[in-house]
Design a protein around this ligand. Structure first.
Ligand code: AKG
Length: 297
């Protein structure tokens, strides 16, 4: 534990969230960098958020519903609005995200103190809320260039398993020409697959599984953001879960581990899971000032 990053205690109506330094939550078995924080919200905070969410309109997709706050991104990836995040999405979550700090000896840079310290707006300015009824998911994808490459996902109401897999094309192209990586503008990548991600004998790729408990926070950044795809299988039960297949096993609550073990590695998705994904959109246009020609922030 670093001396530079003391514990932070935050109280809420008698319940308390105690956050340690970010390094305590690193998912060691994943490529750099992913952090998993169980019990990031109290049960009361979770209920309050769920009731705010239920009072806002949803955008309906084929299998899912979502809410973009404060506004959807434009087709070119801009946030076009004069609004900030609503207060109920800002407090306590953003306050808490901004208090999470790196161990500076490992981060090796005095400028990189918090997860949003060097992002353009120094804080998340956008939240995408997704709803996943049992049996639904999201196809493997990457979040792309519209955002600063740090993603903070809060899970509510039910668990989900996020599956992360390396972008095969990047790895195979850098394998064939390992000396060309310095000319790449989009990613930093290595010529070999990370341990555990070799193809198995059937030509299928091994996938990292991250088990997200209700009220937890997952942070992904760096190589996890730039060189990997993430998705959620559209299943009504998650299978094959164990201490060897779940990357964040050591960070899970004891009750969760017990549930997984008692189900022999299978956990049913009984109820709807809601996620709140906090990101900093790089290009913001103030809708109110657009016609004055001074719209970009
Ligand atoms: O709901 C989640 O945990 C993942 C959401 C996601 O992949 C996204 O918003 O890009």
């Amino acid at each position: 534990m670093s001396d530079l990053t003391p514990n932070t205690s935050l109280s809420n109506e008698g319940e308390q969230v105690t956050l340690g330094p970010l390094e305590e939550y690193r998912i060691e078995s994943l490529p750099a960098n992913a952090y998993y924080i169980p019990n990031f919200l109290t049960p009361t905070e979770s209920s309050t958020l769920l009731s705010h969410i239920s009072s806002h309109p949803w955008t309906t997709l084929t299998h899912r519903r979502l809410q973009p706050h404060p506004a959807p991104l434009t087709a070119s990836g801009h946030l076009l609005t004069s609004k900030s995040l609503p207060q109920w999405l800002d407090t306590p979550i953003v306050d808490r995200l901004l208090q999470l700090t790196f161990d500076l000896t490992r981060a090796n840079s005095e400028n990189k103190k918090g997860i949003f310290t060097i992002s353009p707006h120094a804080r998340p300015n956008h939240v995408l809320i997704n709803e996943y009824p049992p049996g639904t998911g999201i196809s493997p994808h990457e979040d792309g260039g519209a955002y600063f490459p740090v993603v903070c996902t809060v899970s509510l109401a039910a668990h989900i398993v996020l599956e992360v897999t390396p972008k095969r094309d990047i790895y195979s192209s850098s394998s064939s020409s390992s000396s060309s990586s310095s000319s790449s503008t989009s990613t930093t990548t290595t010529a070999t697959l990370p341990p555990g991600n070799e193809e198995n004998g059937n030509g299928e790729e091994t996938v990292y599984k991250i088990y997200q408990e209700p009220r937890s926070l997952l942070i992904t950044m760096d190589e996890m953001y730039t060189s990997h795809l993430h998705g959620i299988s559209a299943v009504s039960a998650d299978e094959g879960l164990s201490s060897t297949t779940v990357a964040n096993w050591n960070l899970l609550d004891d009750d969760t581990k017990k549930t997984i073990e008692e189900g022999n590695g299978t956990v049913k998705r009984e109820t709807v899971r809601i996620s709140l994904t906090y990101r900093d959109v790089l290009k913001v246009k103030d809708a109110g000032r657009l016609f004055g020609g001074r719209g970009f922030k």
